[in-house]
Design a protein around this ligand. Structure first.
Ligand code: NA7
Length: 544
């Protein structure tokens, strides 16, 4: 093991240089702390660094999917679209890194292998895959919620002789599909965003779909100059509203978003079949967004699903393909809403084939393509759009050990346990940014990231002011918080038995089925965190 050189002994090690790690670095610098950020990638951006697949785009309006910590940054940066595409978001991350001179404290191409709490020194010993060591008083895990790609274990998966990619780990150089036969597995957000773009380039695209998804037209458009001007003039109010809101976006709730957001106020149960049919004919999928009751009431939800399927039937020319694309058997809105650009239209193209895996699944990957119970398919390029080991995946890949050498993975064997999604009992001075048990992936990540980093920074400053060495969640507070997280998730669409979402860990074989994010809302959650801090860090143990 390499020696710990003095410069590797710091106040804070931050793991990850996505939006959370970048802001953490800036914020902790303001406190006068010494910091090292360790990042596996070659540059900043996290999720937006890795997810460069064609069509990758944010589903939060860009003026709101941005940092609020610096007024001048807010005023200087000009977003060009209502919902920004990945290249523009990555450019923004790079701009922030340059502007605040962040890179000098970020060590790239550095993957953290383990971090172990030393009870004698009250410090974390961090070891990288290259064998370098660091010692830090605080360890901030800014490791992201969708950062560990899930590649399903399919027989023969190493056999394929052509090009192979995962949407969540896309090559920096991009991929040229022209003239190629392409196969893509998965129709979540990544599949749905990339399929229309790839279909335009490839000679032929075959889509392997296991579960049809609910997706709404994004209706994205260039940002108008006067809209941007108004947003900039109004930023203080926008930020205040975001912070008090349910999901960290002004005027949006848990329903479907899209550029033309509609506040759901009507009840679908008060409508007649004729009215619903007329609305579908007039407005298509967007007709569904007006209903408030579909979020809570299963029968109302099923009525909306009928409207949805009717619109799929109207859009798809081939009836067999249309039927295959119609989601059934699970409620709309229980998975993360997807918004798309010309997804369904793509299946009317001559060079696109849909393989409905419910009629016969994938048996194996062969040297030339995919073998299914319905036949064999030959490709030049195979793409996995099969998602992520969400929320706990990145933490689970690092050997994190707290008091008494307790491994986090063992402590979380039955599912993640945290207090406020910020800390874990037995792991003093270790913080999980947007961790399970916080609004996290149910919110605008930028809002939740800033809230967490601000809270952690205040906490560190308070500890120093009071002459305290460590802070650690108590088991009792953790129990109480988890009970509350579960209670508020109950009786929502999110926890419907028929729902196999990554929020529940249901996309990863063997992962405990637990609803991981906090559904109570960004505003309520922020108040709770602030109250805890103001009450002397209630539920935490502070040690001198
Ligand atoms: P998702 O939403 O988890 O989607 C993954 C897709 O891959 C989904 O359609 C899965 O089908 C499919 N999948 C996974 N494993 C297999 C196997 N073994 N065979 C066939 N199909 C499979 O991930 P995304 O990357 O699209 O989106 C993640 C988030 O990123 C998204 O919610 C946004 O917040 C951004 P299934 O539904 O499990 O039957």
């Amino acid at each position: 093991m390499a020696d710990t050189s003095p410069s590797n002994t710091v106040d804070v090690v931050v793991v990850g240089a996505g939006f959370a790690g970048m802001y953490a670095l800036h914020k902790f610098r303001e406190l006068g702390l010494s910091i090292r950020v360790l990042e596996a990638g070659n540059d900043v951006g996290g999720t937006w660094y890795w997810n460069r697949y064609p069509g990758a785009r944010c589903d939060v309006p860009s003026v709101e999917y941005s940092y609020s910590f610096d007024r001048e940054l807010e005023q200087d940066w000009n977003w060009t679209e209502i919902m920004a595409a990945q290249p523009e978001i990555l450019e923004y991350a790079n701009h922030v890194a340059d502007r605040f001179d962040l890179r000098k404290d970020i060590q790239f191409q550095t993957r953290v292998e383990s971090t172990v709490f030393d009870q004698t020194t009250n410090r974390w010993d961090i070891l990288t895959q290259a064998g370098e060591t660091f010692s830090a008083r605080f360890c901030v895990m800014a490791t992201g919620c969708l950062s560990v790609p899930n590649t399903p274990n399919i027989e023969g998966q190493d056999n394929f002789a052509g090009e192979i990619y995962h949407t969540g780990n896309w090559p920096e150089t991009g991929v040229d599909f022209s003239g190629k036969r392409v196969g893509i597995i998965g129709t979540g957000s990544s599949g749905i965003q990339s399929i229309p773009v790839i279909a335009e380039q490839a000679a032929h695209l075959t889509v392997f779909q296991r579960t049809p998804n609910y997706t709404m037209p994004a209706a994205n458009a260039p940002l108008q100059a006067d809209f941007l001007r108004q947003a900039k003039d109004n930023y203080p109010n926008i930020r205040a509203e975001q912070r008090a809101s349910q999901v960290g976006i002004v005027g949006y709730g848990f329903g479907f978003g899209g550029a033309e957001n509609v506040e759901p106020t009507e009840e679908i149960r008060s409508t007649t079949a004729e009215e619903r049919q007329r609305l579908v004919e007039e407005e298509g999928f967007l007709a569904i967004r007006r209903y408030a009751d579909i979020a809570l009431d299963e029968e109302a939800n099923e009525l909306a699903c009928d409207m949805y399927r009717a619109q799929v039937g109207r859009m798809i020319e081939d009836p067999v393909t249309a039927e295959a694309l119609m989601p059934r058997d699970y409620p709309m809105g229980c998975k993360r809403p997807v918004i798309d650009t010309h997804y369904y239209e793509t299946f009317n193209r001559d060079n696109v084939t849909l393989v409905d895996l419910r009629r016969g699944g994938i048996d194996s990957i062969t040297d030339t393509g995919v073998s299914t119970a319905q036949g064999d398919y030959t490709f030049d390029v195979l793409i996995y759009a099969t998602g992520f080991d969400a929320m706990t995946g990145a933490l689970g890949k690092i050997d994190i050990r707290g008091r008494d050498n307790q491994a986090l993975t063992e402590y979380w064997e039955a599912g993640p346990r945290t207090y406020l999604g910020l800390q874990v009992a037995g792991f003093p001075n270790l913080f999980t940014v947007t961790g399970p048990g916080s609004p996290s992936v149910l919110s605008n990540m930028l809002v939740s990231i800033e809230q967490h980093i601000d809270w952690i920074a205040r906490c560190v400053a308070d500890l120093d002011q009071r002459g305290m060495q460590t802070i650690e969640a108590t088991t009792a507070a953790e129990d109480e918080w988890i009970a509350h997280v579960n209670e508020v998730a109950q009786n929502t669409m999110f926890t419907a038995q028929s729902c196999n979402s990554w929020y529940l860990g249901a996309n990863i074989p063997g992962k405990p089925r637990i609803f991981m994010p906090y559904v109570g809302g960004v505003g309520v959650y922020r108040e709770k965190c602030d109250e805890v801090a103001s009450n002397g860090y209630q539920g935490f143990l502070l040690r001198a």
